[in-house]
Design a protein around this ligand. Structure first.
Ligand code: CMP
Length: 139
């Protein structure tokens, strides 16, 4: 195991539903250190850029519309094995398959409106953190 960073997003559905505080509390309870934190509303081009790997997927336009419909919270999390640890804390992408005790089991409505995002690899975490934060922003 090694000390890693990952990017977390509390998506517009969870922010609008007033669940952001509980999700941030869970992040702290699970032992992540929050190195960077912000509230922002993605512009269409930003969401398209962030999810560029999914450009050809049939759900791409809906995903971009959803991610721009309201504010999101972006956070840089640090922990041992942070990428996997945050993915385990979120649960499966589709809440119907998410394990008990995970954020998506508790808060997500569907595979698209699924409350939270997390980087899927150390390399993508580096890219995704850089999408929202400069090195000087991180405590
Ligand atoms: P996220 O972890 O943010 O990464 C890509 C997102 O695309 C994913 O969460 C879901 O919100 C969305 N997504 C993935 N697969 C599907 C799908 N089959 N239908 C709709 N949205 C999807």
């Amino acid at each position: 195991m090694s000390l890693e960073r990952t990017l977390a997003i509390v998506k517009p559905d969870a922010v609008a539903a007033g669940q952001a505080g509980r999700i941030l509390a869970l992040i702290e309870e699970r032992g992540f250190r929050i190195l960077g934190l912000g509230l922002t509303r993605l512009r269409t081009e930003q969401a398209q850029g962030f999810y560029a790997v999914h450009r050809e997927r049939p759900f791409f336009d809906g995903l971009v519309r959803f991610m721009t419909e309201g504010p999101v919270i972006v956070a840089v999390l640090e922990a041992e094995d942070a990428v996997k640890k945050w993915r385990d804390t979120m649960g499966a992408t589709n809440p119907a398959h998410a394990a008990e005790g995970t954020i998506r089991k508790r808060f997500a409505q569907s595979i698209e409106r699924n409350a939270v995002h997390g980087s899927d690899s150390i390399e993508n975490a580096r890219i995704e953190v850089g999408f929202f934060f400069s090195a000087a922003d991180l405590i």
